[in-house]
Design a binder for this molecule. Structure first.
Ligand code: ADP
Ligand code: MG
Length: 250
C-alpha cells in the first residue's frame, strides 16, 4: 500500500498501517490499521488485555514493531523518529510525577527535556496550565494535589511542547466520578478548540461521546471503527460493547 506514503498529512495526523506486535508467543496486536484527522477525539475502547497499551508503546517507540507503519503529523516514525516524536504528547497509564516537586518544577524539568528554557519555557508552561485550569496550583507540591489535579497536570505537561497528537492511556483510572467527567470533558474540548488529534484509550463506555470517533479493540484486533452513534445504532454503547467483546471472545 505505497499510496500511504503520499497521504495528505494535513488531513490525517495519525496513520497506523498493518501494525503487529507479539510478546513471545502472545500476539498482542494482529496487524491493525486506522487513520485519524486533525481536531478529532478518537476513543480507543477495549477491555483489559485488548492491546491498548501495547499500541501506545509502539506509537511512542518504547517498543519497535516487527511489522507495520506509523505516521505522526506527516512524519514516518521509523524513518524520522525525532521529528515524529516531537509532534506527540503522551499521558501514560501509570502516573510519572515527582511528588516532592511543585507543579512548576515538574513542568520546568519536562520543558527543558524538550529544549525549552527561560522565558519561552515559562510562557509554554503557563499556557499549558491555563488550558487545564491549573494555573493557580503552579506553586503547590504535587503531593498536595488530589488525583484529578495530578492527572490534569500530566495532561498540561504533555501539551508544553505543543504537540499535534495527544495520546492518553486510561487517564481517568482511579479518579472519582466528578474528576473523571471533568477531565473527559476537558480533553474533548481541547481536541475541538486547539485542533488537537486525541487518542484516548479506555475500557469505560461513559467516556465516549456519541459523535466521537470510536475504535473498538479486542484481542489485538480492531472489531469496529466509526462514529460512535453509527457503531451502536439503536443500542447503547454499553450493550454494544458487551455483546461484541463477549461473543467475539469465544
Ligand atoms: P491493554 O492495555 O488493552 O489492557 P496490553 O497492551 O497491556 O492491553 O496487553 C495486551 C496483551 O499483551 C495482553 O494479553 C497482555 O497480557 C499481554 N502483554 C502485555 N505486556 C506484556 C509483556 N510485557 N509480556 C508479555 N505479555 C504482555
Ligand atoms: Mg493498558
Amino acid at each position: 500500500m505505497s499510496e500511504l506514503n503520499q497521504i495528505n498529512t494535513s488531513e490525517f495526523r495519525l496513520t497506523v498501517e498493518q501494525l503487529a506486535y507479539s510478546y513471545g508467543q502472545k500476539q498482542a496486536l494482529k496487524g491493525i490499521s486506522f487513520q485519524i484527522e486533525a481536531g478529532k477525539f478518537c476513543a480507543l475502547l477495549g477491555p483489559n488485555g485488548a492491546g491498548k497499551s501495547t499500541l501506545f508503546s509502539l506509537l511512542t517507540r518504547l517498543l519497535i514493531p516487527p511489522q507495520g507503519k506509523i505516521n505522526l503529523a506527516g512524519y514516518n516514525l521509523e524513518k524520522n523518529p525525532r521529528k515524529a516524536l516531537s509532534k506527540l504528547g503522551v499521558v501514560f497509564q501509570q502516573p510519572t510525577l515527582d511528588l516532592d516537586l511543585t507543579v512548576l518544577q515538574n513542568l520546568k524539568y519536562f520543558a527543558s527535556l524538550h529544549g525549552l528554557h527561560g522565558k519561552t519555557a515559562r510562557l509554554a508552561i503557563e499556557e499549558a496550565l491555563e488550558r487545564l485550569n491549573m494555573l493557580e496550583r503552579a506553586k503547590e507540591k504535587v503531593r498536595a494535589l488530589n488525583g484529578g489535579h495530578r492527572r490534569r497536570m500530566e495532561i498540561a505537561r504533555a501539551l508544553i511542547h505543543k504537540p499535534q497528537v495527544l495520546l492518553l492511556d486510561e487517564p481517568t483510572v482511579g479518579l472519582d466520578a466528578a474528576s473523571r467527567k471533568a477531565i473527559t470533558d476537558h480533553v474533548h474540548d481541547l481536541a475541538a478548540r486547539d485542533s488537537l488529534t486525541v487518542l484516548w484509550a479506555t475500557h469505560l463506555v461513559d467516556e465516549v461521546w456519541s459523535d466521537d470517533r470510536l475504535i473498538i479493540l479486542h484481542q489485538g484486533e480492531i472489531i469496529r471503527d466509526g462514529i460512535c452513534s453509527d457503531v451502536t445504532g439503536q443500542k447503547t454503547l454499553a450493550a454494544t460493547f458487551q455483546t461484541l467483546t463477549q461473543s467475539e471472545a469465544a
